[in-house]
Design a protein around this ligand. Structure first.
Ligand code: PLP
Length: 410
């Protein structure tokens, strides 16, 4: 059921721009799991899209100091000069790319960056190429802005990565953007320089197509994977690339709501027009905290990475030990996206046939009391996503329950 139908039933006439947007399966599962928990059932929720660490202390202190200095008023529209300087320095230091201050924008989370960018650039019918599985907000934001998401399936065999031939085939005269996310939510797959190169070569041949890259999980990569962002590989694409990042995942700052991007000056200016009528500016206190996050000590990132890697290995090996489940080892982020094709067609003890990945995840919630998200929620089946940003004890318990529940399928 779409949001529009639901609201209309309640007597309100919604705008057509939300007509095609469905209630997120992730939210539905989360609500169901939370209700079961309230009923006293021992539900383990492996759906969180945020690190289980706390915001670093130096960042909290910087926010308190900003309040005490009186930095509690509106700031410059798309970011304070201090934060833009810290972001420019971050791009130079960590990514080897140069963005001037007027090529940088700051918003209330990377989500608002995406929103500003599509609102500022997409006309009705413009196409946005999105490899699947994808973070569901991508297609919903594109649709709200009047664009047409063009979803390209990239399965586990392809490493959940878009191939150059697929990109070439998907580009039409109406293509406005290609949106790439590495490491990916939900698959954890990441593009190396060698993976990116053929895609960037395709884009060089199509000057009417712009590139949006979401580098949100840059700092959560494993096994020596070398993170790289497209503009560093192909500077010729800088004039039509928007490089998106933020402090939410790397610095465990999801609630502070700061995201940022580097891009062509004209694009950044257009995004500011949208932001000026939406939020006026990002939170002053959160911007001060983000300056400290980017300029302060970075060593803890490695420690957190090691902790996530330990949990990734636990989940991947636990899942692969279950007959019928096949889990690729992700290069980054804190998600696994495992195949459950081997369980489709099996029957539960209650006599229900598992026909889809959503049937499987419903079964896990009902019988094992473990909440995970079906691949269909991210545009690719039959898979399911686990977020392992939770305690090792909970992960072990969840894996045991999943294995037991799978063992009962006939
Ligand atoms: C791939 C990806 N990009 C962007 C975001 C949004 O981040 P922010 O908290 O900065 O809005 C998320 C959050 O889940 C994400 O998974």
């Amino acid at each position: 059921m779409t949001i529009a139908t639901k609201i209309e039933e309640a007597g309100f006439r919604p705008a057509s721009r939300i007509a095609a947007i469905g209630v997120s399966k992730i939210l539905q599962i989360g609500a169901r799991a939370a209700a079961m928990k309230r009923e006293g059932l021992p539900v383990i929720i492996l759906g969180a899209g945020e690190p289980d660490f706390d915001t670093p202390d130096n960042v909290k202190q910087a926010a308190k100091a900003a309040i005490d200095r009186g930095e509690t008023k509106y700031t410059a529209l798309d970011g304070t000069p201090e934060l833009k300087k810290a972001i420019a320095e971050k791009f130079r230091r960590e990514n080897g790319i140069d963005y001037a201050l007027d090529e940088i924008t700051v918003a209330t989370g990377a989500k608002q960056i995406l929103f500003n960018a599509f609102m500022a650039s997409v006309n009705p019918g413009d196409e946005v190429i999105i490899p699947t599985p994808y973070w569901t907000s991508y297609s919903d934001i594109v649709e709200i802005c009047g664009g047409v998401p063009v979803l390209i399936p990239c399965d586990a065999e392809a490493g959940f990565r878009l191939k150059a031939e697929q990109l070439e085939k998907a580009i039409t005269p109406k293509t406005r953007w290609v949106l790439l996310n590495s490491p990916s939510n939900p698959s954890g797959a990441a593009y190396s320089e060698a993976d990116y190169r053929p895609l960037l070569d395709v884009l060089l041949k199509h000057p009417h197509v712009s590139l949006m890259v979401d580098d949100m999980y840059e700092h959560i990569v494993y096994d020596g994977f070398r993170f790289v962002t497209p503009v560093a590989i192909e500077p010729k694409l800088k004039e039509r690339t928007l490089t998106i990042n933020g402090v939410s995942k790397a610095y465990a700052m999801t609630g502070w709501r700061i995201g940022y991007a580097g891009g062509p000056k004209a694009m950044i200016k257009a995004m500011a027009v949208i932001q000026s009528q939406a939020t006026s500016c990002p939170s002053s206190v959160s911007q001060a905290a983000s300056v400290e996050a980017l300029n302060g000590p970075q060593e803890f990132l490695k420690e957190r990475q090691a902790s996530f890697k330990h949990r990734r290995d636990l989940v991947v090996s636990g899942l692969n030990a279950i007959p019928g489940i096949d889990c690729r080892t992700p290069e980054g982020a804190f998600y696994t996206f495992a195949g459950c094709g081997g369980l489709i067609g099996k029957t539960t003890p209650a006599g229900k046939v598992i026909e889809t990945d959503a049937d499987f995840t419903d079964y896990l919630l009902e019988v094992a009391h473990v909440a995970v998200v079906p691949g269909s929620a991210f545009g690719l089946s039959p898979y399911f996503r686990i977020s392992y940003a939770t305690s090792e004890a909970e992960l072990k318990e969840a894996l045991q329950r999943i294995a037991e529940a799978c063992g009962k399928l006939a």
